[in-house]
Design a protein around this ligand. Structure first.
Ligand SMILES: C[S@@+](CC[C@H](N)C(=O)[O-])C[C@H]1O[C@@H](n2cnc3c(N)ncnc32)[C@H](O)[C@@H]1O
Length: 487
């Protein structure tokens, strides 16, 4: 029987069973161990930590990357936790918020990001810092007189199955014509990057889709046969109006930032620009020498089945990723969807090639011998055996998530300087009523890797895992935290 089919009475019985003495023994012990370090930090609100706080922040508001940090949170953490500037790393750098905000206060920032979406946002931001605004405004004036639908595209957007039909014919013709115009008529590299980026930012607005939790939701006007309910996303912008709004916003921010003399001065004093590595941190972290960074500020994907490659499918297609490449990216991501397969075999080969098998084995040992984690996996596998999970790959996803995170944490500890700190943002999760204290398990991994836990700062009120879970198991708080580890 699927969990989703349980009656309220059955669900209550299952919940009671889950609360039996001993059922959560190792998680209870773990909670006791960290009890004194788990505190509410009133300075860290949910809004401050998330992208929401960027709504009015120049540059950050150009593209809504819901999973992004706010610039204010980065400033708060660095001001509170770091004695002086140095080298900062974000191994899951997304849009580069940690990189740009830290660079503004004089840090040398390095980021690793797997998805080309985050990399494109980071690169656009770098172009924004170097662009000639007067020249850009001139180009924008010129293009306001061009009819893009008349421009024949040399390389129109090639859709993948999950994006087919996202735009009306007119919109897609204009989008393709505009991109061809940018490629053929704009010489300056920074201006070209920013003009193309403006189109990248409006893809959702001009499409029949909406980013909605786990996937793209389709408006009935797209006429996709598979759409069951009559979802209406509201206004679908024409290409012209969306582009104009986006370009206005970008110019407004560029002019505003150009007047911020303090920031300009600080940036010109920073010797190095931001260093962005496009790739998987599971493959890249091992390339850094020991003790390379003073601070690691990061937020990995959460263990919540959220699939970035589906949410950002339009943007991936815009960036010329084909079906195979998108599938490959999905597999390379830190395991957080039920589709992710084990990476352990390739990691064993990778570490053997570097003659560092022992290092990998230490991370695997921490994972395999973590009682609370193994307790969760035991129960989830048991429910799976009885057909009680709504997806049978959930235990595999959780196991892979923690094994990969163990390795990431061991590598972070190795490349952190003595006295250096890690600040990590992450959410706890729950599956089939089993709460997974992600914060405490990862803190235990950090301790096994030679770090000590200074704080586990809990943000505002937690949230249930999903509406379905809340219905079945009642609303229990799940912690959303920022953890601080020190070497
Ligand atoms: C929670 S988001 C971080 C957002 C970031 N803090 C920001 O301000 O934009 C997690 C990021 O990790 C990236 N990611 C997932 N797997 C990765 C991997 N194996 N290596 C590097 N980045 C990865 C995702 O693409 C996503 O951008």
């Amino acid at each position: 029987m699927e969990v989703a089919e349980l009656t309220l009475e059955q669900a209550t019985t299952l919940e009671d069973e889950c609360r039996n003495e001993g059922h959560t023994l190792h998680r209870d012990l773990l909670e006791k161990k960290y009890e004194s370090l788990i505190t509410h930090n009133p300075k860290l609100t949910r809004t401050l930590v998330s992208f929401q706080a960027n709504k009015n922040t120049p540059y950050y508001r150009w593209f809504k990357y819901k999973e992004g940090f706010s610039a204010q949170m980065v400033h708060y953490l660095l001001n509170t936790l770091a004695k002086k500037q140095g080298a900062l790393l974000d191994p899951f750098s997304g849009t580069g918020a940690a990189l740009f905000a830290s660079q503004e206060s004089g840090w040398e920032a390095t980021g690793i990001e797997l998805l080309p979406v985050g990399c494109a946002i980071t690169e656009a931001r770098q172009a924004a810092e170097q662009v000639d605004i007067v020249q850009l405004k001139k180009e924008i004036e010129t293009l306001s007189c061009v009819d893009f639908s008349t421009i024949k595209s040399d390389s129109p957007i090639q859709h993948i199955a999950i994006t087919e039909g996202a735009f009306s014919r007119d919109t897609e013709d204009q989008l393709n014509g505009y991109l061809t115009y940018c490629d053929n008529q704009i010489e300056d590299a920074h201006i070209k990057t920013l003009l193309r980026f403006a189109a990248f930012c409006i893809l959702e607005r001009i499409s029949y889709t909406r980013k909605d939790g786990q996937y793209l939701r389709w408006d009935y006007r797209a006429g996709r046969t598979r759409v069951k309910s009559k979802f209406n996303k509201g206004k679908v912008y024409t290409f012209e109006e969306a582009l104009q709004l986006q370009l206005n916003l970008m110019v407004e921010d560029l002019l505003y930032e150009d007047m911020d003399l303090f920031k300009k001065e600080n940036l010109s004093n920073t010797e190095q620009n931001i260093r962005l590595i496009q790739g998987s941190c599971l493959e890249e972290l091992c390339k850094f020498s020991e003790e390379s960074f003073n601070f690691i500020l990061t937020s990995p994907p959460y263990c919540n089945r959220y699939d970035y490659t589906r949410t950002y499918a339009l943007e991936l297609v815009f960036l010329n990723k084909n079906e195979e490449e998108v599938k490959h990216l999905r597999q390379q991501m830190l395991s957080c969807t039920v589709e992710n397969k084990e990476k352990v075999e390739s990691l064993v080969t990778q570490y053997a090639d570097m003659k560092r098998e022992d290092f990998l084995q230490k991370a695997i040992f921490a994972f395999e011998n973590h009682n609370a984690l193994q307790e969760v996996l035991y129960w989830l596998n048991t429910y799976n055996g009885k057909g009680q999970l709504n997806n049978s790959n959930i235990p595999r996803m959780i196991a892979n998530y923690f094994l990969e995170m163990a390795l990431v944490i061991f590598e972070m500890s190795r490349i952190l300087k003595s006295g250096g700190k890690v600040a990590m943002v992450n959410d706890n999760v729950r599956y089939a009523g089993e709460e997974i204290p992600v914060d405490l398990i990862l803190s235990d991994f950090a301790e096994a890797a030679g770090l000590s836990t200074r704080n586990i700062w809990v943000l505002g009120t937690g949230k249930g895992n999903s509406s379905q879970q809340m219905g079945k198991y009642g609303r229990a708080e799940l912690r959303k935290c920022v953890y601080i580890w020190e070497k």
